[in-house]
Design a protein around this ligand. Structure first.
Ligand code: PAF
Length: 292
């Protein structure tokens, strides 16, 4: 019987220690799975870890709140952080190693290098948050080179991020298989997210409307509605539920993110519906597949 200590993940705080661990595992033939996170872990993250564990013999979770993907005035300072609870959850979930770098491990003083996945990073979420995906691709490339994984799992909740990482891996030839993990939802459909912690009880009640709006739009498209009508109805549904500004509610090609803005979907055509909308001071994003 293993003691609790044996079940605890190894904690690695430097690039050198992380790479040494990865190399040692590789030498003994282990397959390394990786789930990058910004902490404040919830069931959504743990389900990504379970996906990784199903395909790899050793799993690493990183916890690093990446300043490069927050603009001035965004929630970098108030982003939820709870290292002790994260470690407890990861131990219980059977994580093998936790990578907890500090800022200088990821961004050495005076560093000048960034990774940009152009075009895809400028659409939808990238139009609202121009710095965001450039910060994500830069940190994920660095994390990949520290963790040296065989596979890495990213949530479909951040669908545009997942597709950008897939493109980066393809373009740069990282020898890493990218796996999308299905979105974990609350009973009313709200996608699990660390930022849900910001919602007041009243806002939490209204927040399920994001998923119902997506679902209604996807049903309408299946039934042959024009894209512009399905999206207008979905946006009206959000407004009726008490949402403020809708940054975007769009239907796009699932790979290129080219806008699909008018008429019904062609038979067999698949679109991705993506939404970002404000509920009080909290910005919620979600997405769903739709096909005709
Ligand atoms: O999805 C996230 O939590 C972050 O964008 C990621 C991938 C960990 C990069 O900081």
């Amino acid at each position: 019987v293993k003691s609790e200590k044996d079940l605890s993940p190894v904690i690695l705080r430097t690039r050198a220690a992380m790479q040494a661990q990865a190399r040692a595992w590789r030498k003994t033939g282990e397959v390394i799975g990786f789930v990058p996170t910004m902490g404040a872990l919830h069931d959504g993250h743990l389900s990504l870890l379970h996906t990784a564990k199903a395909q790899a013999s050793k799993c690493v979770v990183s916890v690093f709140v990446n300043p490069a993907q927050f603009a001035p005035g965004e929630d970098f300072e108030r982003y939820p952080r709870d290292e002790a609870k994260d470690l407890e959850l990861l131990a219980a979930a059977g994580c093998d190693a936790v990578y907890l770098p500090d800022i200088e491990e990821i961004y050495p003083r005076g560093n000048l290098t960034a990774v940009s996945v152009t075009d895809l990073s400028d659409r939808l979420e990238g139009r609202c948050r121009p710095h965001f995906f450039y910060g994500v691709s830069t940190v994920v490339a660095r994390l990949f080179l520290h963790v040296l994984p065989d596979i890495a799992v990213f949530g479909e909740k951040d669908y545009q991020q997942l597709q950008i990482i897939r493109r980066m891996v393809r373009d740069l030839g990282f020898p890493i298989e990218i796996i999308g993990g299905p979105t974990q939802r609350e009973s009313d459909g709200l996608a699990q997210s660390s930022r849900n912690a910001y919602l007041s009880p009243e806002e939490r009640q209204a927040a399920g409307a994001v998923f119902s709006a997506l679902h209604r739009a996807s049903v309408r498209l299946k039934l042959g509605a024009a894209v512009e009508d399905a999206l207008a109805e979905a946006e009206a549904h959000l407004k009726a539920a008490g949402f403020g500004p809708v940054d975007y509610f769009s239907a796009v090609d699932p790979d290129t993110f080219e806008d699909i803005s008018s008429g019904p979907l062609a038979s067999g055509q698949t679109a991705r519906l993506l939404v970002a909308a404000w509920l009080g001071r909290t910005r919620l994003i979600d997405n769903l597949s739709a096909s005709a």
